[in-house]
Write a protein that binds this ligand. Sequence first.
Ligand code: C2O
Length: 342
Amino acid sequence: NKLLPVQVNLTVCLPTFGRPGKPVYCCPPRNMLDDPIVDFEFPDPATTPIRVRRFAHRLDEESIAKYEKAVSIMRSLPYSDPRSFTRQANLHCQYCTGSFLQQHSTLPVRVHKTWIFFPWHRMLLYFHEKILGSLIGDDTFAIPFWPWDLPDGMTLPAFYLNGSFINHQRDPTHFPPAVADLDFQLAPGGTSPEEQTDLNLALMYNQMVSGAKTAELFMGCAYKTGEGGDCFGPGTMERAPHNTIHKWVGSAFHTGREDMGVFYSAARDPSFYAHHSNIDRLWEVWRATHPEVNDPEFLDSYMYFHDDTSRLVRIRFRDVMDIDKLRYRYEGVENTWLAARP
Ligand code: C2O
């Protein structure tokens, strides 16, 4: 039984379960195979400026206003438009709850709890960012990152409480100045902001350094089509702070802490994208000091996303391994948790 790269079978999109007992249907309005499919091409470095993703809490008014305008235009697009906010959010629902099956297999495609967690979300952000930029005619537009791992970034960025960034399905007791609990277990912590900050830094050291020495530990289990395709073992980062921040932001009035707390609804909250921008940044930080996963089954797996011109693009994980080629980078920050070795 030869292992194969994971490929998405687009011929059917299935209704799924958002959470136990709660059916969701987050499929596109028509068969995606009706759209022409193009293979991914790198942006031309001669004509494409570098997008710089910045520290969300330090964004200037002008950048926030641009971002807000882009999101409001995206929200105004009809569902038939793959660039619309709901379609973008539903991509996460489709690929995370199992709307599509894998080629050559009856197993659903699921992008969490496996080593494709990082590159799949990178793809989602890459196209989302390009679409937002194109909606405001700004090819330097970049999604900010929410650095919940750094002492100055541990609160929900305040701009998410305004304009088209508003999402009502959040926990208001966690609005700024509440310090995020990176190990949030749904119970109130009773810790002071200073204590919480120290606990967060220590957790980061464990998730990024001492507990993340191998790719399997950091990225999650090897996910391939067929035998071994049913892999469920998240890496350190995915388990926490990734999952915990999702739960911490979402509303306490919903069992799954929707929107952010559950796969099917998470990307409906605009803060999802800055949360994942930070996850993506931390993946780069980890990769700088660890060997690459060079397994072709991993690198040749491919997924589909609509681009800013609404074309359906087939893109391999191999294509997103070098962010310079994708023409974006992260503003430099000091990763203080590196010094938080217990
Ligand atoms: Cu696909 Cu943050 O989850």
